[in-house]
Write a protein that binds this ligand. Sequence first.
Ligand SMILES: [Zn+2]
Length: 568
Amino acid sequence: MLASRYYMPTLREAPADAEIPSHRLLLRGGFIRPLAAGIFTFLPLGLRVLSKVERVVREEMNRAGAHEVLMPVLHPKELWERSGRWDTFAPTPLRVQDRSERWYCLGPTHEEVITDLVAADLGSYRDLPVTLYQIQVKFRDEIRPRGGLIRCKEFIMKDAYSFGRSREDLDVAYDAMFDGYVRIFERLGLPVVVVEAEAGSIGGTDTREFMLLSENGEDTVFMCDSCDYASNAECATARPPGAEEPGEGPRELVATPNAKTVEQVTGLLGVGADRLVKTLVYRAGERFVAALVRGDRSLNEFKLARVARGDLRMAEDVEVQELTGARVGFAGPVGLPDGVTIIADHEIAAMRDFVTGANADDAHFTGVNVGVDFEVDEWADLRAACHGDACAQCETGTLQARRCIELAHVFKLGTTYSEALNATFTDGEGREQAAVMGCYGVGVSRIVAALVEQYHDDAGITWPRAAAPFEVAILLLSPDDEELRAIADNLYADLLAAGIEVLYDERDASPGVKFAEADLIGYPVRAVIGRKTREEGLIELRRRADGAEQLVESAAAVAAVQALLEQA
Ligand SMILES: [Zn+2]
């Protein structure tokens, strides 16, 4: 590609709202341009990178035996009503109406569409197993899109769906996708960590996420510093402390006027937050649930939802008042009405003589003990894990919180969607069965940002070869010098003939501009035709990633470039 004829507008400075390196460098290097918050155009350089990522993903999906399709962006409301997700999917999908006032959503995910598609053609067990995938635009109504390509309203995903006859078929398809993902990230040079995760709005089990550790990520994983335990923040579990000696009590009612928060109560009573038990009131379907965690901990609602069963929501203030007879802020486990399920975090088993709300306005109890003052219906891991917690999997390690970027996930869905949308087949004995499904997503456009987060320095991007927009840049420093231009033209032709992707910068610009722009855009190898070429007939080669330099004769340049690229 001749730079003089290419559309590659770079920026001297990134806009102030571009806070992380990938956002800044992709804007400055002329890879992307924003249309609105969280909505981007891919410019030619950016599209080349995106296409390379897509190609790696596509090759690995095909290798894993999946077949590519392309499904619509517009999904009719009726279809999402059949799965029950039109009103429940979170965040609510972007919705549009056509001129006949029919509703559609812009697909945030494609379980409904693919299951409906396969249902129409599925007959006998001989049609299964099958895995289909697509690389398609997705929409998410983010409240605050940020981080450039990391969290967008509109983005590109690869999503795959497997349909099998049995759990065994599902396991095989899941493993094939898992292995495919490992290969994708290896080929792209992204050292991912695979962690346990929650399925969220998609549903399912055996959920795993592929995370890139990155200080600019907006997700958190907890990793043990001693064993291989790794989990996302929603699922991470800490080892509960051993039981203490029984408490002494006695329970006493103390006045705590207007002290509703943990800080206010513990401040007033002169105790640490780790001596207080917080009582959080929820509704699980028709039942009330009182969830207990230590005062200095956060309740993890995903964990509570798993043990509470039934649709979980926080109780309204009026419900709390009616149930406890006290204003919000004074609820406690002692003397709650029958029928309230008390679920306590494991850590509370090791607490004694603690403080709780008294279910009376402006009052708390001190000297409270489990088994003496109240009984726990169910013990569970309810609290959010913290940096430095003891690892639950090994004896010695502690959990380290690390920032990360989620790049992919895999779920075992089971038959939820195939039952709702009639994706059934006739088994060997003539019985009707629901197909057993899995789903597997990769954030393709997000990978572009992740690559830049992983591969950049002060001067710009240091693309790995597998994702670089061009493999080599030829910088012709004196375009008016006909002798030099002839050498550069020849090198350009020879590199193209060798199948190498070349950006030939023959523009009428200063050497400084060309060097800076080549570093910013991040071609893995740079070939300079300049003073050394005129004086000594040598071409300067430089590898972007590590600065390795070489001076070569023109005749040896192609081979030398290839050798440098081998290690790029
Ligand atoms: Zn461990």
